[in-house]
Design a protein around this ligand. Structure first.
Ligand code: SF4
Length: 505
């Protein structure tokens, strides 16, 4: 068998998780240069840029959500695909052991995390044969936050702010713009979309995701689709959703559209949204040894150019320092748009913790605390734990529970990304709490603001879902929902909806 195959796949997984491809870096650098540095979106992009640099420096996961590993493999006729699949699974498990991938494979019925990223359906491996005498493996790591913003439209369809989308390219354009508008910052914008016109529902989503294997700067060989991609990119940033949905000039860094045949009765438009942490690389392997012959999307002989020339996140002097635990008076003095720097004790809690807190007393005293929606990459270190990636997760999933949890346990700040809804907004006002938006995907940046891991509760839920007890220092976030009934998310959604209407497609 191929003696270097396993090591080559392992290198592919590690590099994909820790180093963004050059085309994505270039697009993010352009975004960074477009947004004024002293805006919320500008500060978010600076943190993202610093995070990208940090991840390469320490070979750490760019984002703590290392996503669903999806491999597209092309093999010469006669290659043993059963053996290769097994080797790919071993490489994924090893990358997880090394803390380069977060354990992300969860039993859909029991909720139990397999701990090694292996299980029915994970990782995803697609094989194709080709006539060439080489093995090509491409990998994309697409996280849950952006996966949850994917959309599929059965056209004709009535769309808010856009009217009816018909079975033509204008209708397709409306669907794509609606998907981007609907995602707001929840998929960690600025993002990129892969789109499929046609197919059945299953093939449509698959083909949409496959478009994300194209480079951001390529030109569609089909002139009709090239024109559609161009027109989307020319207009989409007028929505002013901006980085993280804070409002701003850059909402999308790429739009890649494919078309496959459909049944006469069906017309699906499938949109796969990927976040700025657009992790996609590939390798070509020697068919006799499995050694890497060359990389796809990157040239290792070219040095990696840092995203930032200098120190990184620079403070404006207007930041508000918060020392947890927090008082109601302090919290009520905050307003939307304030940038805060948190120091002191913080607890993580996401889906499993919120569900637990609805039925059980918390394992720690949460009064005055900051509850961080985060599923970190945590690695055992001697008797203790080390957290090496710790960005926020999408908060809206906790909307059914959050207000009640704030009320029962006296939490003063919940922090995550993408904002929350009307129920939480009302609870913030009534009970004196705020929602803080941390910068989605900035896992390396935030891991450095964690000064110690003081304990962990509910570890049975698996490391991403456990409640981690952290001490943090100068942890930056932006107040996007305050205790006075204001929500930046609501405002941006409304304003971008008005922009959509003004486009008159
Ligand atoms: S950057 Fe955001 S959307 Fe992307 S994987 Fe990370 S948390 Fe999820």
């Amino acid at each position: 068998m191929l003696p270097s195959f396993l090591e080559s796949v392992l290198q592919l997984v590690i590099r994909t998780s820790t180093d963004l491809p050059p085309d994505v870096r270039a697009a993010m650098k352009t975004a960074l240069g477009t947004e004024p540095a002293d805006t919320n979106a500008g500060q978010a992009l600076t943190i993202i840029a610093q995070n990208i640099d940090l991840a390469v420096d320490v070979e750490g996961a760019i984002c703590q959500d290392t996503g669903m590993p999806t491999f597209e493999v092309k093999v010469p006729v006669g290659a043993n695909q059963i053996w290769m699949r097994q080797q790919i699974r071993e490489a994924v498990a090893e990358a997880t052991r090394r803390g380069k991938l977060r354990p992300n494979s969860v039993d859909s019925i029991t909720g139990k995390n397999s701990g090694d990223n292996l299980g029915p359906g994970t990782p995803i491996v697609h094989f194709d044969q080709w006539e060439q005498d080489e093995i090509e493996i491409k990998l994309i790591l697409k996280g849950g936050g952006c996966e949850n913003t994917n959309a599929q439209y059965s056209v004709p369809v009535e769309l808010p702010h856009l009217g009816r989308a018909d079975r033509n390219l204008d209708g397709v354009k409306k669907c794509i713009l609606h998907a981007v508008w609907n995602a707001q910052g929840k998929g960690c914008s600025p993002g990129a979309v892969g789109v499929c016109i046609g197919g059945d529902r299953t093939a449509g989503y698959l083909h949409a995701k496959e478009q994300l294997f194209r480079t951001l700067d390529d030109v569609n060989p089909d002139p009709r689709l090239a024109e559609l991609e161009r027109s989307i990119m020319a207009e989409v940033n007028d929505l002013e959703i901006g980085a993280m949905g804070f409002g701003g000039k850059v909402t999308l860094i790429g739009c890649k559209i494919g078309a496959i045949n459909r049944l006469p009765a069906s017309f699906f438009v499938s949109v796969a949204y990927d976040c700025w942490a657009f992790r996609r690389l590939g390798v070509v392997l020697n068919p006799s040894t499995g050694a890497i012959e060359r990389w796809l999307y990157r040239d290792p002989s070219h040095p990696i150019i840092p995203m930032l020339d200098q120190a990184g996140f620079t403070r404006t002097g207007r930041e508000v320092r918060l020392q947890a635990p927090l008082s109601e008076e302090t919290i009520r003095s905050l307003k939307v748009g304030d940038v805060v720097l948190i120091s002191g004790r913080m607890f993580t809690g996401r889906d499993a913790v919120h569900s637990y807190l609805m039925k059980n007393e918390p394992p720690v005293d949460l009064r005055g605390s900051v509850l961080y929606h985060c599923g970190p990459v945590a690695v055992k270190s001697g008797e203790g734990w080390h957290i090496n990636a710790a960005g926020p997760t999408t908060s809206i999933r906790e909307e059914p529970y959050q207000g009640e949890v704030i009320k029962r346990y006296g939490i003063r700040a919940v922090m995550g990304k993408g904002g929350m809804g009307a129920k939480t907004l009302a609870a913030l006002k009534e009970h004196g709490a705020v929602y803080l938006n941390a910068i989605g995907g900035a896992a390396q940046f935030y891991a450095r603001a964690i000064k110690s891991v003081d304990g962990v509760s509910l570890l049975d839920f698996g490391t991403p879902e456990a409640m981690w007890h952290l001490t943090v220092e100068d942890f930056p976030a932006i107040v996007t929902m305050d205790a006075h009934g204001n929500s930046l998310h609501k405002d941006v959604e409304q304003a971008s909806g008005e922009h959509l209407e003004a486009m008159k497609i």
